[in-house]
Design a protein around this ligand. Structure first.
Ligand code: 13P
Length: 443
């Protein structure tokens, strides 16, 4: 950015014209220097490198026809890309919003956008998408183009003439111009509480769970598809696995864009269809876009699921390309009797007994879920969870277990305590039950 002087000397009038045109109306031009470029060009004109009148004429023309090109592009392409009902960015709703916005604020937006890096490129395209009246667009385009494309170079030219040695301060001035250009945008965003919240949320969601896996096990909730869809939208973030009841899997799979899909169970045999009333096979899950499957949850063990069945389910999941989330955990009596390690070791060794461990390149997830912590609000202390997770890692080593394995903690995790667990690098993530029914509270 600060090598603008040599850049301008190299590219000359035509290059300046090209950049102004591209950043005014071509999608790809949004990152190009704008205000700083034309101000510096004005300054260079004051030093005799360019003719100021040729310069402002070319910048003005480049800006106006660039904007018009963007408008034409938006008008032509807009209806085509916004036709799809349910894609993330290109939603019909957005087309209508653009229309309403440009009817109301179009003129002001076109002028102000000139002075805002990035926005400058997208405003005319969106005006076309929103079908702003062309003659209105053109008049504001010309006014904005003149204020910006003539005003800024003339300012550079004027300062270059009246302030001695201004080239020493050019970097500072350019920084100041950038600051002034983006400040209306920043002010606008900071003023609006919702926008502020959205930005904070986006930043938090990006950094908060990076490198961790957060699994939302909805168990037998909610009761309606409508609520399930609403919850899925709220939980649709990176690093999240949403595990709805089977009946909602297909619809949730269509809704989520960033989160991954999980299932709460699978049939223990690789049956490929067959007479197994009430069961759901691994291939059926795969065909619905499911990536993860919970196996051996204590609530299913309590209904009679044996370690042998769990072992077959793990194998079937892996054979079909699903990533199993194997749950292990001790009851309160077992814990009080000092048998926690023994129980966990037994559950692991039986569940994993079916695998050809060393050669396979599958992924496995283990969730340490002490039964006494599930649904009680009485979570295991993060320090104890850490100890158990280290114990599980060491146990796997004694099995000569070389699969890439992540180990999660589960049991009364909620938005308040989640980071107490995730702060440990050894804890790869969490498995959340009850609190995941209000997913928005995690972001
Ligand atoms: P809670 O988060 O409701 O304790 O449930 C944990 C669990 O069982 C997740 O599978």
């Amino acid at each position: 950015m600060f090598d603008l002087i040599p850049l301008i000397k190299t590219i000359g009038y035509l290059g300046i014209f090209g950049i102004v045109f591209a950043e005014s109306g071509l999608f790809i031009g949004f990152f190009l220097p704008g205000d700083s470029l034309i101000f510096t060009a004005g300054f260079l004109a004051s030093q005799g490198f360019l003719n100021i009148w040729n310069l402002v004429f070319l910048i003005f023309i480049g800006a106006v026809i660039g904007d018009s090109f963007g408008y034409a592009f938006g008008k032509k392409v807009g209806p085509m890309i916004f036709k799809r009902e349910d894609s993330f960015l290109f939603h019909k709703d957005n087309l209508n919003k653009a229309k309403v916005f440009y009817e109301k604020y179009g003129g002001k937006a076109i002028i102000l956008a000139r002075f805002m890096p990035g926005i400058r490129t997208f405003a005319p395209i969106l005006a076309g998408v929103g079908r702003m009246h062309y003659s209105k667009f053109l008049s504001f385009n010309i006014i904005g183009g003149a204020l910006w494309g003539i005003g800024l170079p003339l300012l550079g030219y004027y300062l270059g003439n009246v302030v001695p040695n201004i080239d020493r301060y050019i970097v500072l001035i350019v920084l100041f111009i950038i600051f002034i250009s983006v400040s209306p945008m920043i002010w606008h965003i900071l003023k609006d509480k919702n926008a502020r919240g959205r930005i904070l949320n986006a930043l938090r969601a990006k950094t908060k769970y990076a490198g961790k896996l957060i699994v939302f096990n909805w168990k037998m909730n909610p009761e309606t598809l409508e609520s399930a869809i609403d919850m899925a939208k709220k939980g649709d973030h990176k690093n999240i696995v949403i595990v709805p009841p089977f009946v909602f899997i297909e619809e949730i799979g269509k809704i989520i864009k960033k989160a991954k899909l999980g299932a709460q169970d699978l049939f223990y045999k690789d049956a490929g269809g067959g007479s197994f009333t009430g069961e759901i096979s691994a291939s059926e899950l795969i065909n619905l876009g499911v990536k993860y499957v919970i196996v051996g949850h204590s609530e299913r063990r309590a209904m009679g699921e044996s370690n042998e069945i769990i072992s077959s389910k793990i194998k079937t999941a892996l054979d079909n390309g699903l990533i199993p989330i194997l749950c292990v955990g001790e009851s309160l009596e077992q814990r009080n009797a000092g048998k926690t390690n023994e129980i966990i070791q037994f559950q692991l060794s039986t569940a994993l007994s079916n695998l050809k461990l060393i050669t396979s390149n599958f992924q496995l997830i283990i969730a340490y879920e002490p039964i006494w912590a599930i649904g009680t609000g009485n979570n295991c202390s993060p320090e104890d969870a850490l100890k158990m997770i280290e114990f599980i890692k060491n146990t796997l080593l004694t099995f000569n277990f070389k699969l890439p394995t992540k180990i999660l903690y589960g049991g009364s995790v909620n938005p308040e305590n989640i980071n107490d667990f995730l702060k440990y690098k050894e804890i790869d993530g969490v498995l959340v039950g009850g609190a995941s029914l209000n997913p928005e509270l995690f972001f």
